[in-house]
Design a protein around this ligand. Structure first.
Ligand SMILES: NC(=O)c1ccc[n+]([C@@H]2O[C@H](COP(=O)([O-])OP(=O)(O)OC[C@H]3O[C@@H](n4cnc5c(N)ncnc54)[C@H](OP(=O)(O)O)[C@@H]3O)[C@@H](O)[C@H]2O)c1
Length: 244
């Protein structure tokens, strides 16, 4: 098993796998000796190293946990090329409703499984990750999901299968779309916006297209007016990496 993109979500899943004796290989952008997840007072160390050169990925694996941001898939595609065979399942841990389509061009025939990530986690200044609530994932009820279910069986990361995954994913997307307003106003509000605000404050690219642009794009495709998105999308795009 491999985790590509051992950031906040990738570290949480890697720690869950490691605690269950299924330590994954770690592939990322920054070299590190280990990952650290903090859960309340507990610290879980996931042994590395985090490898940073796709040439270090010697052979395809059965299961890839893809946890880079949606804006980073293309840059991470050499990992997918190195790690995927037609039998590989790529499990995408990202927000949005385009998780199957976005990595597909970079995967040689493998199966892509989307998910809804329900837990909030955050990066700490010392490089560790703090899990702020119980980890929970929803997957579509398909044959490929069984491999993910088995990998995460009896771990701190609960997995549920949804027969109507599309509706679940859109419900989460609509929650995330509201976070666009929080990013624009730079004001936190309850459960929303920590990660997005942190990204904006650090000058990192925002996942505005998969969270807000998608509402406008799908609205246009289906002839449904999206007046709020028509205002929010250009503003949030300008606050990120340009008008898109
Ligand atoms: N954070 C949350 O609470 C939360 C909750 C629900 C859903 N999500 C979603 O989960 C997804 C992942 O978010 P996140 O918060 O985990 O992001 P993140 O902390 O930024 O993690 C992304 C990781 O990918 C690495 N990366 C970037 N480019 C790469 C490349 N070319 N090759 C290999 N690794 C690369 C990053 O490296 P660096 O360390 O060098 O940046 C980072 O470690 C997003 O779609 C997000 O919206 C997040």
């Amino acid at each position: 098993m491999a985790v590509v993109g051992p950031g906040v979500i990738g570290t949480t899943v890697a720690a869950a796998l490691h605690e269950a004796g299924r330590t994954p290989h770690l592939y990322g952008r920054r070299a590190r000796e280990h990952l650290e997840l903090r859960v309340e007072e507990r610290r879980i160390l996931v042994p590395g190293p985090v490898q940073t050169d796709p040439a270090q990925a010697k052979e395809p694996v059965d299961l890839v946990f893809l946890a880079v941001k949606a804006t980073q898939i293309e840059a991470a595609s050499p990992w997918l090329a190195a790690l995927c065979s037609p039998q590989t399942v790529v499990y995408v841990l990202q927000n949005g409703v385009e998780q199957r389509a976005m990595p597909a061009p970079y995967i040689a025939g493998g199966q892509v499984i989307p998910s809804v990530v329900w837990f909030p986690a955050e990066a700490k200044p010392d490089g560790s990750v703090r899990l702020r609530r119980d980890a929970r994932l929803t997957l579509p009820d398909t044959s490929g999901s069984r491999l993910v279910l088995e990998a995460l069986r009896a771990t701190r990361c609960a997995v549920e299968l949804a027969t109507d995954f599309t509706s679940v994913a859109w419900r989460k997307l609509l929650q995330n779309a509201v976070a666009g307003l929080i990013v624009l106003t730079r004001r936190r509000s309850g459960m929303y916006g920590r990660t997005d605000l942190a990204d904006r404050e650090a000058g990192r690219a925002l996942e505005w297209d998969i969270r807000n642009g998608i509402v406008q794009r799908r609205g246009q495709a289906h002839g449904i007016p999206t007046p709020i998105s028509d205002v929010v999308v250009p503003l949030i795009a300008a606050a990120s990496d340009g008008p898109g």
